[in-house]
Each structure stands twice: as structure tokens, then as C-alpha cells.
Design a protein around this ligand. Structure first.
Ligand code: ZN
Length: 101
């Protein structure tokens, strides 16, 4: 299979003329599949394999890094001076005012 793409990894070498290809240069990827064997990939630049198709899309930069976002609070923090819940008192049956029932 022969597909025209653009170089994503800089300093890729053309297999025909050994020219160093820069990022975004058009290249022809040739995939050779043999019966029972694994795929063999060949790279040819546009000078070796004729001109690249004019409608070849530009290189789309993709990254797998996580986009940093500011940290967000999920629940409000108790204001200063607020006593924490006294679980021993609550287990003994004491309830705060308004919690009876
Ligand atoms: Zn070449």
C-alpha cells in the first residue's frame, strides 16, 4: 500500500536518496506485506517518487500529554474555629440543636 503523508518525526531519512526529511515534509509510505510475514515499511521522499499530491493535508500536531488545568475544590472547607464533629458524643445520643428526630 502506498500512501502519501507528512513527516511527523523529524530527521527521518528517505530510503531512496538518504536525504534527511524535516517535520511536515511530504513522504510516500510504502507498506509491503508478505504472506505469513510481518509488514515492511519503506519511506520515500517527494523527490524520489514524483511530486506529492497537491491536496495532501498539512501536518496535524497531536500530543498525548495531559492538559494542565487549575485545581478545583470539590467541597467547601470548614471556616476557621468550627469544631469538628465529636463522634463519641454523637454515638452516645447527643444531637446538635435542630437534629432531633
Ligand atoms: Zn528520496
Amino acid at each position: 500500500m502506498r500512501t502519501w503523508t507528512r513527516v511527523a518525526v523529524p530527521a527521518t531519512l528517505c530510503g531512496g536518496c538518504n536525504r534527511q526529511l524535516l517535520k511536515g515534509d511530504p513522504v510516500l509510505l510504502i507498506d509491503l506485506a508478505f504472506l505469513g510475514g510481518k509488514m515492511i515499511h519503506r519511506v520515500r521522499c517527494d523527490r524520489c517518487e514524483g511530486p506529492a499530491p497537491p491536496d495532501l493535508p498539512a501536518l496535524v500536531e497531536t500530543t498525548n500529554a495531559i492538559t494542565p488545568r487549575p485545581m478545583t475544590k470539590f467541597h467547601p472547607v470548614l471556616p476557621l474555629g468550627t469544631p469538628l464533629a465529636d463522634f463519641r458524643a454523637r454515638q452516645s445520643g447527643e444531637r446538635e440543636p435542630g437534629e432531633d428526630g
